[in-house]
Write a protein that binds this ligand. Structure first.
Ligand code: ADP
Ligand code: MG
Length: 238
C-alpha cells in the first residue's frame, strides 16, 4: 500500500533543474533512504514533501490525499535537520514541548507526552539541561524527540547524523531504526553515506543530478547497480 506518493515532481532554481520528474512511492511504516552525492537534490525533495519549498510541477499525496499546496503545519510531517535547530535558551523538556505549543493541550497531557518521548529517545535525566550542556548526539535526540512529540504521520530526516562522530553515529542509527519500527512510522532518511543507507533502510532510492536513478533493496542496489554511477557510488566493484 502506497502511503506517500510523489509524482512528476520538478523544481528549478534559476536555470538549474534541481528536481527533474521525481516519481516515488513509500509504503506505510517503511523506512526509505534517499541516497546521493551532495547537490543532487535530496534536501530540496524533502523540503517539498514538508511544504517548505513549492515544486514547479508534480504532486505529493499522503494516504490518497493531495497535499501539494497544503501549509507545512497542516501536513502532519515531522522533520529533523543536520544542524540542530534547537532553542539555546530553552531546556531539553521545553525544546521538546515547543512542538506541542500550537496545539491546545492541557499541561498534564503535554507533560505526559514529553515524558513518553524523552523515554523513547533515552534522554531521561537530561530534561532540565540547556542545549550547550548536551553532546552532539544528545542534541540530535532532542531534535528527534521534538519532531516525534506531535505524532507525525511521516518523519523526514535530513542527514541527521552527518555531523556526529562514527561511534555516536552507529548508536543513533540503531536508535532511529528501533524507534521507527516501534512507532511503525513512515520515514524518509536522507544521507550521502552509502554505508549508512545499507545499514538503515528497508529500501534505498538513489539520486543523481535531480533524478532517481535506481530504487530497491540495499542488496539489489549493491549487487546489481543500474549504472556505472550507482556502482561507483555504492562501491560495488572494488
Ligand atoms: P543535496 O541535499 O542533495 O545536497 P540540495 O537539494 O540541497 O542537494 O541542492 C540541490 C541543488 O539545488 C544545489 O545545486 C543547490 O545549490 C541548489 N539549491 C538548493 N536550494 C536552493 C535555493 N533556495 N536557491 C537556489 N539554489 C538552490
Ligand atoms: Mg542536503
Amino acid at each position: 500500500m502506497d502511503y506517500l506518493r510523489i509524482a512528476g515532481l520538478s523544481k528549478t532554481f534559476g536555470r538549474t533543474t534541481v528536481l527533474d520528474q521525481i516519481d516515488c512511492t513509500i509504503a506505510e511504516g517503511e523506512l526509505v533512504t534517499l541516497l546521493g552525492p551532495s547537490g543532487c537534490g535530496k534536501s530540496t525533495l524533502l523540503r517539498c514533501i514538508a511544504g517548505l519549498t513549492a515544486p514547479d510541477r508534480g504532486s505529493i499525496s499522503v494516504a490518497g490525499v493531495d497535499i501539494t499546496g497544503m501549509a507545512p503545519q497542516q501536513r502532519g510531517i515531522g522533520m529533523v535537520f543536520q544542524s540542530y535547530a534547537l532553542f539555546p535558551n530553552l531546556n531539553v523538556r521545553d525544546n521538546i514541548a515547543f512542538g506541542l505549543s500550537m496545539q491546545r493541550l492541557p499541561a498534564t497531557e503535554i507533560a505526559r507526552r514529553v515524558a513518553d518521548i524523552v523515554a523513547l529517545v533515552e534522554l531521561q535525566g537530561h530534561e532540565t539541561k540547556l542545549v550547550h550542556q548536551l553532546s552532539g548526539g544528545q542534541r540530535q535526540r532532542v531534535a528527534l524527540a521534538r519532531a516525534l512529540v506531535v505524532r507525525p504521520r511521516i518523519l523526514l530526516l535530513d542527514e541527521p547524523l552527518s555531523a556526529l562522530d562514527a561511534r555516536i553515529r552507529k548508536h543513533l542509527q540503531q536508535q532511529i531504526r528501533r524507534i521507527q519500527q516501534q512507532l511503525k512510522l513512515t520515514t524518509v532518511f536522507v544521507t550521502h553515506d552509502q554505508e549508512e543507507a545499507m545499514i538503515l533502510s528497508d529500501r534505498i532510492v538513489v539520486m543523481e543530478g535531480g533524478r532517481i536513478v535506481q530504487q530497491g533493496s540495499a542488496e539489489a542496489i549493491y549487487t546489481r547497480p543500474a549504472s556505472a554511477f550507482v556502482a561507483g557510488f555504492m562501491g560495488s566493484f572494488n
